[in-house]
Design a protein around this ligand. Structure first.
Ligand code: HSE
Length: 306
């Protein structure tokens, strides 16, 4: 195989209560990535998007992943990678994870699939480290496996693919800046036992709801008493948008990853679309530009394109 073209999906990390351990792939937006095998050990990265990301492999999220893979393989081959990002960096929709996971997946395909899914996640985690300073896998895992995944542990890596409930996701990305590093910095270092008990009840309930396809249980488990109260102050109109989404019939939702995007899950497409319109309207009203996406949970993760 000399060339591979991929569609790499956005992901929603945390799924409200599962900070750093749960994540879900969505169908929209997606990055496009193209890989070409070179017969010399060189790495060339091009970006065709408008985000001005560095193309120097050592400073590029996809680049550092591929450098690690090349070092591991001790290969004489190289790669030319063209990346078109539609997932805006800093959106909270797993933009860096898409670059990192797409890189590992594309090169693995070019080389005839020498690595397992878990090994690809392991390489891709170096990209997340470059982007946010932390090797978290809660976006990378669903991007590669599809559906909803549980990262039971990052070190040692223990990934449990859960399932793909038949639900619609509405995600809004208000154009305000929230850096993952800042959104992590403001979190409390210690939590109360009372809050911890409530949180692990919600996480267990959410995982059970996902596996049992029990939408009501999913809905009442989408509650976060630890991270959301701290981070939501960085997102304009967060409480109002959440309340109005629930009124409109959403099962539940919250901050996507570290924000500023907000996501909601709904059983019906009509509800998901109604929520999308409301979200857009609320941000228009205060003069904040926003992008809104409605899609199903993505059951396959990264896809090849002809
Ligand atoms: N779990 C991470 C966080 C995701 O919430 O900081 C960052 O995209």
């Amino acid at each position: 195989m000399k060339k591979v073209k991929l569609k790499v999906p956005a992901t929603v990390a945390n799924l409200v209560c599962g900070f750093d351990i749960l994540g879900m792939a969505v169908n929209e937006p997606c990055d496009e990535m193209e890989f070409r095998l070179l017969d010399r050990p060189e790495l060339i990265i091009h970006h065709t998007d408008e985000y001005g990301l560095p193309e120097d492999p050592e400073k590029n999220v996809a680049g550092v992943v591929l450098l690690k893979m090349m070092e591991h393989l001790k290969t004489n081959q190289g790669f030319e990678v063209t990346i078109h990002k539609n997932i805006k960096p800093g959106s909270g929709l797993g933009s860096s994870a898409a670059s990192a996971a797409g890189a590992a997946y594309g090169v693995n395909m070019l080389l005839g699939n020498p690595f397992s899914e878990e090994e690809m996640v392991r390489f891709a985690m170096f990209g997340e480290e470059l982007a946010s300073g932390v090797q978290h896998a809660d976006n990378i895992a669903p991007c590669i496996y599809g559906g909803i995944t549980l990262v039971k542990s990052s070190h040692p890596l223990d990934i449990i693919p859960l399932s793909t409930p038949d639900l619609f996701v509405t995600a809004v990305h208000p154009q305000v800046e929230v850096k993952t590093s800042d959104a992590r910095q403001i979190l409390k270092k210690n939590i109360r036992m009372k809050d911890a008990v409530q949180q692990w009840g919600n996480i267990a309930g959410l995982v059970a709801g996902i596996l049992k396809n029990d939408f009501a249980l999913i809905g009442r488990s989408l509650s976060d008493v630890i991270v959301e109260p701290v981070r939501s102050i960085l997102i304009p109109k967060f409480d109002l948008i959440k309340a109005r989404s629930l009124e409109a019939g959403a099962l539940g939702g919250g901050i996507s990853g570290s924000g500023p995007s907000v996501f909601m899950l709904s059983e019906k497409k009509q509800t998901a679309n109604k929520i999308a319109e409301m979200m857009k309207w609320e941000y228009d009203e205060i003069g904040v530009d926003s992008f809104v996406y409605v899609s199903k949970i993505n059951d396959r993760g990264i896809k090849t394109v002809n």
